[in-house]
Design a protein around this ligand. Structure first.
Ligand code: OSB
Ligand code: MG
Length: 375
């Protein structure tokens, strides 16, 4: 049982070690909103809003999430006594959408609760696999040679699965070159909705590469055409963008829109929703894996914790801090073993310390919401 007394928002600007390009654009620098919640007894928890700087992946973006968290969502949780973190989603349910903003607050409450109980978050969420398997997501590059070089580095680092971003201008020939260079590695493509059913011949032609899966080829809000496509291609389709709730997962399973789900905390609204999606999928025999949103250490730590649940049976896009940041905002940084795994920490809560002094250096704005208002 706890009562949130304050919700503190901090925006930080952090340059990426390497730009990240998807079919919807290139990112050089992240503008990330971090959430710190404090309860009436002085316990704290940290969360991260995982939306992008622009509404390219989802309709949420940094500035929209900021006002929504500050003016709408924080006031919904402040001063309300809850049985546990699992009830925080319900407090914000009245507001439609804005799942990434909700997730920032909701996951912070889970961290707070686990810290208060003195247990690691991964266990508190019901995790069973302390060691998780890691893959990497590699953006569209300026040349195939650069992509091959990046893949080589990641395979040498031990990562178990390589995901490359694809688009109609960066697909068949690129995948062919990767297969020619690296043979039968676990390889997948993520299109971020760059195709339509009119591209069926191109998408069918990718079957020859034996990809582990093809992530989100069709529009971001579609699960109907994906079912039509899945019926015509051998490569398993993995859904990302359209699965925003346990109900969406159930419908996609019923429609046979795909065979795998990339489950992101932010996209579904936090840990409570992730747990429900995981349950729906596990019961239906649909594998899930944890996706990424170029998170800072705080979001990354939450991704590690949720990845330990039984239904997360495939390597996720959860990888080492140093692939993204010159210096991460948590201590220690997230590290990946030579065999491509991360071990969820034993320390209470997310299990990493937030470097608040370092945060202050990169902070571009801050806001504290309490019962008295916004400061
Ligand atoms: O589609 O999974 C995606 C990053 C930003 C937005 C959408 C996606 C991604 C990634 C990167 O693939 C995953 C990561 O390394 O964090
Ligand atoms: Mg994706």
């Amino acid at each position: 049982m706890f009562k949130i007394r304050s919700v503190e928002l901090t925006e930080i600007n952090l340059p990426l070690v390497h730009f990240f390009e998807t079919s919807f654009g290139r990112t050089y620098e992240r503008r990330i909103i971090l959430v710190r919640v404090e309860d009436a007894d002085g316990n704290e928890g940290w969360g991260e809003v995982t939306c992008g700087e622009e509404p390219g992946y989802s309709d949420e973006w940094t500035d929209s999430a900021w006002v929504t968290a500050e003016k709408i969502l924080a006031p919904m949780v402040i001063g309300r006594e809850v049985e546990g973190a699992a009830d925080v989603w319900g407090l914000m349910k009245w507001a439609r959408g804005h799942r990434m903003a909700k997730s920032g607050i909701e996951t912070a409450c889970w961290d707070l609760e686990a810290k208060k109980l003195g247990v690691p978050l991964w266990r508190h969420l019901g995790g069973v696999n302390q060691v998780i398997e890691c893959g990497v997501s590699i953006g569209i590059q300026d040349s195939i040679a650069q992509l091959l070089e990046k893949i080589r580095v990641e395979l040498e680092a031990g990562y178990k699965r390589i995901k490359i971003k694809i688009s109609p201008k960066w697909d068949y020939e690129v995948i062919k070159a990767v297969r020619a260079e690296f043979g039968d590695i676990l390889l997948m493509g993520d299109a971020n909705s760059a195709y339509t059913l009119a591209d069926i011949d191109k998408l069918k032609s990718l079957d020859e590469f034996g990809l582990m899966m093809l992530e989100q080829p069709l529009p971001h809000d579609d699960i109907i055409d994906h079912a039509k496509l899945q019926a015509q291609i051998d490569t398993p389709i993995c859904l990302d963008e359209p699965i925003k709730s346990p109900e969406d997962a159930r419908k996609a399973i019923e429609l046979r829109s795909g065979k795998i789900i990339n489950l992101k905390n932010g996209r579904v609204g936090g840990h409570t929703q992730s747990r429900l999606v995981e349950e729906v999928c596990r019961k239906a025999g649909m594998p899930v894996w944890c996706g990424g949103m170029l998170e800072s250490g705080i979001g990354r730590a939450h991704n590690i914790a949720i990845s330990t649940l039984a239904g997360y049976t495939m390597p996720g896009d959860v990888s080492a801090s140093k692939r993204y940041w010159h210096e991460d905002i948590i201590e220690p940084a997230v590290e990946v073993s030579a065999s491509g795994t991360i071990t969820a920490p034993d320390a209470p809560g997310i299990g990493f310390d937030v470097k608040t002094q370092f945060l202050a250096k990169f902070s571009t704005r801050g806001s504290v919401v309490t019962k008295q208002g916004i400061k």
